[in-house]
Design a protein around this ligand. Structure first.
Ligand SMILES: [Zn+2]
Length: 409
C-alpha cells in the first residue's frame, strides 16, 4: 500500500530559488499541456483521423520542442515537466470518470509545487536529508518514518515554507494493539474527539490564540483593501505584507490542526480493531453559522480521511454510520430514540431508562455499538461490506438485543 509522508524542509536560499523555478517549470508545462489538450481535442472534431490527446503524447511533444522554444526548462529537473503532465492526465481521467472537475490552468503562487518520480534513482533519502535531482542534498526536519520503496516526491510551498511529501510503498502492515477492542468516536466541537471508553481528546490549544490573530489580520486586510479601492489606488506593499502574514497564519493554523488530527487518528488506528465514526453531513451543518467555524477547526473530513488510510495500514476497520444515524438522540443504554435534542443540551437524559450521560459520550457509545453490531452482521451474511452501512441496518444497530441475522437488510 502507498503512504504519504509530509516532511518540512530546511532549504538554503539557493535551494529555495531552485524550488521556485522548478515549480514554475511544472506550472508552465501543466498549463501548456492543458492548452494543447483543449486545442487538439477541438481539432479532432473537424478531422477525426487526428490522434486523441493523452498525457503520454503531450509529454513527447513538449520534449520535442523544449530545446527550441523553452530552453530555460533545462535548468531544472526534467521530472518537473514530465510529472506535471502526468498529473494533468490524472486530472482528465478523474474528470472523464466523473470524480473530478475539468482541469483548470494553474496560477503563479497558488499551490506551487513540482514532483519527481523515483525511476532510476532520481531521488533518495538518507536520514534527515533528501537528495533531489539537480539541486542535490536538502535538509529535512525529520527522517522518513516508514520502511519501503520511495515512489514519488512532491516538493511544495505553503506560505513561505517548503515541504516534501513522500509516497512510500510499504507492505509491512502492522497489527493493532488490542485486537478485540471496538471503539466509537464522536467528533466534537469543544473537544477534538470523545471515545466510547470515556476518554476525551482535547483540541489543539495554540489554535485559539492564532485564530484571534487571524481575525485581526483579516480585518486589517479588509480595511486596507477598502481604503485603496476608495482612493482608487493600486494595492501597495502594505497590502502585500498583510497578505503574506495572513498566508503564514493560515499555514500555521493548518499545521497545528493537522498535527493534532494525526496524533489522534494514529492512536485510534493503532489501538482498536473496529472504529465507529459518524458521517457528518458537513455541507448541511456548515450552513449553520455558529457551527461552521468549529467544523473547519475540527477538520472532520480530514479526520476521516486520515483514519481510513491509517486503519488500512494497521489492519483496523472503520465503520461509518450514515448521516441519518441518530447517534446523539439515541440512548446508548436502552436504545430508545428522542424526537428532539437541542445542540445546546450537553447532557443526555433518557426518558425511558433514566440514563444521564454526557452528550458526546452517549454518541460515542452508540457508534461503538454500531461498529460492533455491523461486524456480526457482516459475518452472518458472509460477505465483507465496507464503507457506509445502510440506513435500515444502522437504525437497528443501536438495539443490542436484535438477533444478528435479522439485522441484515
Ligand atoms: Zn435509555
Amino acid at each position: 500500500m502507498l503512504i504519504a509522508h509530509r516532511i518540512a524542509l530546511d532549504p538554503t536560499d539557493k535551494q529555495r530559488t531552485y524550488f521556485a523555478r522548478a515549480s514554475g517549470a511544472a506550472r508552465f508545462s501543466y498549463n501548456w499541456a492543458l492548452g494543447e489538450w483543449k486545442r487538439q481535442y477541438l481539432a479532432r472534431k473537424d478531422d477525426p483521423s487526428l490522434p486523441a490527446p493523452s498525457d503520454a503524447s503531450l509529454r513527447r511533444q513538449l520534449n520535442a520542442l523544449k530545446r527550441e522554444q523553452f530552453p530555460w526548462m533545462f535548468d531544472v529537473t526534467k521530472c518537473a515537466a514530465q510529472e506535471a503532465i502526468i498529473d494533468l492526465g490524472g486530472a482528465f481521467r478523474a474528470f472523464f470518470e466523473k470524480r473530478g472537475k475539468y482541469p483548470r490552468f494553474k496560477k503563479r503562487g497558488v499551490h506551487d509545487s513540482f514532483c519527481a518520480a523515483n525511476e532510476a534513482g532520481t531521488f533518495s533519502v538518507d536520514g534527515n536529508k533528501i537528495k533531489l535531482p539537480v539541486i542535490g542534498w536538502v535538509r529535512m526536519r525529520e527522517a522518513v518514518r516508514f520502511t519501503g520503496k520511495l515512489k514519488r516526491v512532491t516538493v511544495s510551498r505553503e506560505a513561505d515554507r517548503w515541504f516534501a511529501s513522500l509516497m512510500v510503498e510499504t507492505d509491512d502492515v502492522k497489527s493493532v494493539l488490542q485486537p478485540q477492542a471496538v471503539v466509537g468516536v464522536d467528533l466534537g466541537v469543544s473537544t477534538l474527539a470523545t471515545l466510547s471508553q470515556g476518554e476525551a481528546i482535547p483540541g489543539p490549544k495554540a489554535h485559539k490564540v492564532l485564530l484571534k490573530r487571524l481575525r485581526r489580520a483579516n480585518k486589517a486586510m479588509a480595511r486596507k483593501v477598502h481604503a485603496a479601492r476608495k482612493a482608487q489606488r493600486k494595492f501597495g506593499t502594505n497590502i502585500s505584507k498583510v497578505r503574506r502574514k495572513l498566508a503564514r497564519l493560515h499555514a500555521r493554523i493548518g499545521n497545528i490542526r493537522r498535527d493534532a488530527t494525526h496524533k489522534a487518528t494514529t492512536m485510534l488506528a493503532k489501538t482498536f480493531r473496529r472504529i465507529g465514526i459518524e458521517d457528518l453531513n458537513v455541507r448541511g451543518m456548515a450552513r449553520n453559522r455558529c457551527l461552521a467555524r468549529s467544523i473547519m477547526d475540527g477538520g472532520f473530513f480530514e479526520f476521516r480521511r486520515q483514519l481510513e488510510y491509517k486503519a488500512r495500514f494497521y489492519g483496523a476497520t472503520v465503520v461509518v454510520a450514515d448521516r441519518w444515524f441518530p447517534s446523539s438522540k439515541t440512548c446508548s443504554c436502552c436504545g430508545s430514540v428522542k424526537a428532539e435534542l437541542a445542540l445546546s443540551q450537553r447532557i443526555f437524559k433518557c426518558d425511558n431508562c433514566g440514563l444521564e450521560i454526557g452528550r458526546d459520550l452517549n454518541a460515542a457509545r452508540n457508534l461503538e455499538n454500531l461498529a460492533a453490531s455491523s461486524e456480526s452482521a457482516v459475518s452472518a451474511c458472509g460477505e465483507a461490506r465496507s464503507g457506509a452501512v445502510r440506513k435500515s441496518r444502522v437504525k437497528r444497530a443501536s438495539v443490542k438485543q436484535e438477533p444478528d441475522s435479522k439485522a441484515v437488510a
